[in-house]
Design a protein around this ligand. Structure first.
Ligand code: SAH
Length: 330
């Protein structure tokens, strides 16, 4: 549905929150149904060449215990996730150049043998690399634009270029990946108007999936003393996104649950239809600390799978057993 910026701002700020969530929930039900698609998230490296001010694993944070999984370890983690029923594996990391294109391609090829959809979330790479990952079998790519306010982006992501990130998203789309993006809400100096522009941007570029997360200040970053985003603003933004983009995949994000124990369930009732349970093993979960208060850091993949499964069925939804790709309706 096409909305004007003023209408989006009104929905984000004026409309009764419960009414907004119910409207988004109805649109979700009518367009993508009651299935919730699960994606097994592997946080395979917290080594990053970037220094984003908001991020706990920024290069400048000397207190992080750095790790990356070996090729074998990563493939084995994916195999176990596929064995417990995940039909999509999401591989996420900092921008870690240890994973050369050749290495990534070998990993993707191995994981594709487990009959799963493969999503990459490893940041900015060259066109040739994106192309080789796609040829190796990667189905989807997830990279948030974070904000469309270029000035703010350049303040928060020094040494990075908004235009380059955008160009990467376009390359990914052109290569035939399902494109995932998204933003954080509650960033310092970010306005409601800017969030409205973000939503119009996501709609315009024709995303297949988008995640909305509240910004949560990390104590070992330059933004430690900022306020951060609220669950309400994140849910409202997500609900408006569902109204604007009825058939896309929308995750109930982990950051939402980190602000409230029922955050993901609230999100599933306000437009979301995807959850990305963590399937990272052992201590790595704790070391992949983008923001403080991250949920489930001491849990195991099977525990997370059954815990979220129960929560989903308790609200009358079912767990999808297909790949859960974006099916375009218009
Ligand atoms: N290197 C990859 C993955 C980044 S981490 C990439 O560039 O895409 C995944 C997401 O976590 C980021 O895109 C950002 O939106 C979110 N994130 C990072 N720090 C955060 C924080 N302090 N609070 C909330 N979300 C955060």
């Amino acid at each position: 549905m096409s909305l004007k910026k003023v209408e989006i701002i009104e929905l984000l700020t004026q409309t009764n929150a419960e009414e907004l969530y119910q409207r988004a929930d109805k649109i979700r039900h009518e367009n993508v149904g009651d299935e919730v698609h699960l994606r097994g998230l592997i946080e395979f490296s917290n080594i990053c060449r970037n220094n984003c001010l908001y991020c706990g694993i920024r290069k400048g944070n000397a207190q992080v215990v750095r790790y990356h999984m070996s090729e074998e370890e990563l493939i084995e983690t994916a195999r176990k996730a596929a064995n417990i029923g995940f039909k999509t594996i999401v591989m996420q990391s900092g921008e870690d150049m240890y994973y050369t294109a050749d290495k990534m391609c070998r990993i993707i090829e191995a994981i594709k043998k487990f009959d799963v959809a493969v999503t990459l979330s490893i940041g900015e790479r060259t066109f040739e690399e994106y192309k080789s990952f796609r040829e190796a079998g990667a189905d989807r790519y997830l990279m948030r634009i974070e904000t469309t306010n270029k000035e703010l982006y350049h303040q928060l992501d020094p040494q990075m270029s908004w235009q380059h990130r955008y160009d990467c998203l376009m390359m990914i789309k052109d290569l035939g990946y399902e494109l995932g993006s998204g933003i954080m809400v509650g960033l310092p100096q970010q306005t409601i108007e800017s969030i409205a522009e973000d939503l119009l941007f996501l709609q315009k570029i024709g995303i297949d999936m988008a995640g909305i997360g509240p910004f949560i200040p990390h104590p070992n970053t330059p933004l430690a003393n900022e306020k951060g985003g609220t669950l309400e603003l994140a849910l409202r933004t997500m609900a408006v996104m569902r109204i604007m983009m009825p058939d896309i995949n929308i995750p109930a994000t982990t950051a939402m649950e980190s602000l409230h124990p029922q955050g993901r369930i609230k999100a599933l009732k306000a437009g979301a239809n995807v959850v990305m349970p963590n399937v990272t093993e052992g201590e790595y979960r704790k070391f992949y600390e983008l923001y403080p208060g991250k949920i489930c850091v001491n849990d195991t993949p099977i525990h997370c799978r059954s815990c979220i499964g129960m929560k989903i069925t308790s609200i009358g939804r079912t767990i999808g057993n297909g790949f859960g790709s974006h099916i375009k309706k218009n």
